[in-house]
Design a protein around this ligand. Structure first.
Ligand SMILES: [Zn+2]
Length: 462
């Protein structure tokens, strides 16, 4: 279904006396201008989309080569005499960008200047799917596109913007908001939004859902799966939830079926990264994950560096087409994905079949609280030069932090990290730090951000 078929009388008009057709504020007009373009570009053939992507990519690369120290000699390194020679084939020779190169010297990746209309440089922190903390930067212009894709996801998921929205997040400023906030409130007169904290006990989160009865719930997939499990176990189901949107970790295969059978809710899958926002969103008509090609040039690479064909699984490499603040060009996410066949819906946006990324166990504390230990915070790199880390629960009241770094952490750094972890995890755990040469992947080939060594019944049964 296209945007035009979902025209909603609750558009947010700011023109006195004119409710319809709505005349939104400039931010809303810009959001709708983006949706108008997305509504067309989603149907483009792969060939037309790639041509548009490379038109944009050449502009990004001209900027990066001129303004960003790291990229100064990259045309030559890719064997290109000029930007005009850039194509999907020649781009394969452009060096891949590893997260650790940015960790080592982020300043080399920042643009000396960018066009003033791109706005401010904004810091984003991430640990991605590999537990490697990173501070990157993006621009207001790139965030505009990220926001436009959030609105697209809500339109694709068929949200009724007048209903109540709920989210379980890492940062909660207020529990209740009169509207859904940006970007949605720039275009629609939305219903209220309620927020709960990711570190709240899942029983507390379930009580909150039963009380609030939101129509939509946004949550990390691991948190969502634990909530569904808790709901099933306790025989308590919130009423009125029409759809749940999962993000972050890879959803369990049964999340969709559980959401439907327990809550009567549809599941809408997304694939995103803190550095760039949405990478792929679930099709409005099928369960395919469509790459958001207007924002991300996504490559799935074989071991030899060539592009995978449908059905093949390879490394995910992305280029953010609009970030002029810290251009991420052929940036390795360290996720693996399978290239999907074209979606029956007819959209030309590429399809990802399966993403193998981070997985996580649940955490507990001795008070009986079970929660998802989301560890994507800025303090890791703010306090100490850590390349990678994994938190292991060794006892209900004790954690071990395994870390990879050039040197052992100083006692002062460890004390600060212990303090920060106790504060965000809301319990004064005993915490040991152990430097390791590397952190092994799990048997399934995934990186585990948080590992529990407790028996399943001692960590919430999930
Ligand atoms: Zn589709």
């Amino acid at each position: 279904m296209t945007l035009s078929a979902r025209l909603d009388p609750a558009y947010h008009s700011v023109m006195p006396g004119v409710a319809w057709p709505a005349i939104p504020a400039p931010a809303g007009m810009a959001m709708l201008a983006a949706q108008f373009q997305f509504d067309r570009s989603q149907w483009w053939s792969g060939e037309v989309m790639r041509a548009a992507q490379f038109r944009q990519l050449r502009r990004l690369i001209a900027h990066a080569v001129a303004e960003v120290p790291h990229y100064r000699d990259h045309l030559a390194r890719a064997g290109l005499a000029s930007i005009a020679e850039l194509s999907p084939a020649t781009f394969l020779d452009w060096p891949l960008l590893d997260k650790r190169e940015i960790q080592a010297d982020a300043a080399r990746f920042e643009a000396a200047s960018m066009p003033p209309a791109h706005g401010e440089m904004r810091e984003v922190t991430t640990s991605g799917s590999t537990g490697e903390p990173l501070s990157a930067a993006t621009s207001d212009a790139a965030i505009f596109v990220q926001h436009a894709l959030i609105l697209r996801s809500q339109l694709w998921a068929g949200f009724d913007m007048a209903a109540k929205f709920a989210a379980i997040r890492i940062t909660v400023l207020r529990d209740l908001h009169p509207d859904w906030g940006p970007p949605t409130n720039a275009v629609f007169r939305t219903g209220p939004a309620v927020y709960n904290h990711i570190f709240a006990d899942h029983g507390v989160q379930l009580d909150w859902l039963l009380r609030e009865r939101p129509a939509y719930l946004l949550a990390h997939n691991t948190n969502l799966r634990a909530l569904l499990e808790r709901s099933r176990r306790e025989g308590r189901a919130p009423e009125g939830i029409r759809a749940v949107v999962g993000f972050g970790d890879m959803p369990d295969p049964d999340t969709r079926a559980l959401a439907k059978s327990l809550w009567g809710a549809e599941f809408f899958d997304t694939y995103s990264a803190s550095e760039v926002g949405a990478i792929a969103l679930e099709c409005p008509e099928h369960h395919s994950l469509h790459v958001q090609a207007e924002h991300i040039y996504l490559e799935i690479l074989r071991a030899d560096g060539s592009h995978c064909e449908p059905g093949e699984t390879g490394r995910v490499v992305i280029t953010d087409l609009q970030n002029f603040a810290m251009p991420l060009i052929r940036y390795e996410l360290r996720d693996h994905a399978t290239v999907g066949a074209p979606c029956p819906c007819g959209r030309g946006l590429p399809v990802l079949e399966r993403i193998v990324g981070r997985s996580a166990n649940l955490a507990v504390d001795p008070t009986g609280r079970t929660y998802f230990a989301h560890l994507n915070m800025a303090f890791w790199t703010d306090i100490a030069p850590i390349h990678q880390r994994q938190v292991v629960q060794v006892a209900p009241g004790a954690l071990e932090v395994r870390y990879v770094a050039e040197r052992d952490l100083a006692q002062e750094e460890i004390a600060q990290l212990v303090g920060a972890l106790r504060k965000v995890l809301r319990y004064d755990y005993e915490i040991e730090f152990r430097r390791v040469a590397e952190i092994a992947l799990s048997a399934g080939g995934k990186f585990d951000d948080f590992v529990s060594l407790l028996p399943p019944q001692a960590r919430g049964g999930v």
